[in-house]
Design a protein around this ligand. Structure first.
Ligand code: B12
Length: 232
């Protein structure tokens, strides 16, 4: 029965039907399914499907927009559920933002919600963020980790710029830098000399916890790769 809600939610996101998306998400949550499983089994595949259709010319920008809006409505409920846990923010401090030129914030918001639900204090800089803004916020908030999200290929080089700028400022060892989002790959993370990759929001938490446990960047021998597709 509970699986029906998952199927219904996926279809509602694909159809861009906000009302049905919300009611299906509510029913799925009420039936006790783990909030992140709901995302993994319905919202994420729906977004991938509509994204592929867009790429192949089988869907257009309006369809992408309404699907994104329906997903956001469902995620509002899911994130509220995650927030219910109530935390005292003692896991560490993360500065989070979507790189310059990119306005995709659904995944970033999910990463934020899950990190917060796991006790991280998250400084959210929103979308379209310049590398220097992330660094300034990290300095100001005495952060442990800088987390950059990007969904579009043209914004990917700004992640590398972030590392270059930190190095030029003599601050590279002060913060762990982690990346995630569509065009980011483990290979890119290695090439850009970053410290970690996470495939999804759950991975982001595992990754941040591992880095905080290591404590200092100087003790990290190689980037940590958390890839839900391979490891789960
Ligand atoms: C919804 C959507 C939109 C919405 C965004 C709404 C919003 N508020 O975010 C709208 C309609 C506005 C939009 C606009 C555009 N889009 Co768009 N969009 C998508 C779509 C379908 C889904 C993205 C999404 O929300 N996924 C669901 C979330 C939950 O997943 P996620 O973002 O991947 O995040 C997860 C992980 O990646 C990871 N993660 C994310 N960040 C981080 C960070 C860290 C540190 C870690 C560890 C993990 C992590 O955890 C997240 C949660 O599990 C994708 C297709 C796709 N398959 O991704 C295209 C897609 C990203 N869009 C694309 C394009 C081209 C555009 C436009 C340029 C279209 C246009 N011609 O105008 C514009 C760009 C505008 C801009 N400057 O940003 C392309 C990008 C191609 C590329 N590689 O460059 C895609 C891939 C579609 C495609 N296949 O062609 N888009």
């Amino acid at each position: 029965m509970s699986n029906d809600f998952i199927v219904k939610l996926k279809q509602a996101v694909l159809d861009g039907d906000e009302e049905i998306a919300q009611s299906a998400a509510r029913s799925a949550l009420d039936s006790g399914i783990d909030p992140l499983e709901i995302v993994k089994l319905s919202i994420q595949p729906a977004m991938d499907e509509i994204g592929d259709m867009f790429q192949n010319g089988d869907a257009y920008l309006p369809e992408l927009i309404i699907a994104g809006d329906a997903a956001t409505k469902a995620l509002d409920l899911i994130m509220a559920k995650l927030a219910e846990k109530g935390q005292d923010f003692n896991s560490g401090t993360v500065v989070l933002g979507v790189m310059y030129g990119d306005n995709h914030d659904i995944g970033k918001n999910l990463v934020l919600a899950v990190l917060a639900a796991n006790g991280f204090k998250v400084i959210d800089l929103g979308v379209n963020v310049q590398p220097k803004q992330l660094i300034d916020a990290a300095i100001k908030n005495n952060a442990d980790i800088i987390a950059a999200s990007t969904l579009i290929t043209t914004s990917l080089p700004y992640t590398r710029e972030l590392i270059g700028l930190l190095t030029a400022m003599g601050k590279r060892d002060d913060y762990f830098c982690i990346f995630g989002g569509g065009p980011v790959t483990p290979e890119w993370v290695v090439k850009a000399e970053a410290d970690g990759y996470g495939r999804d929001a759950k991975d982001a938490v595992t990754l941040c916890k591992k880095l905080i446990e290591i404590g200092s960047r100087s003790k990290l021998s190689e980037p940590i790769i958390e890839n839900a597709l391979i490891s789960k």
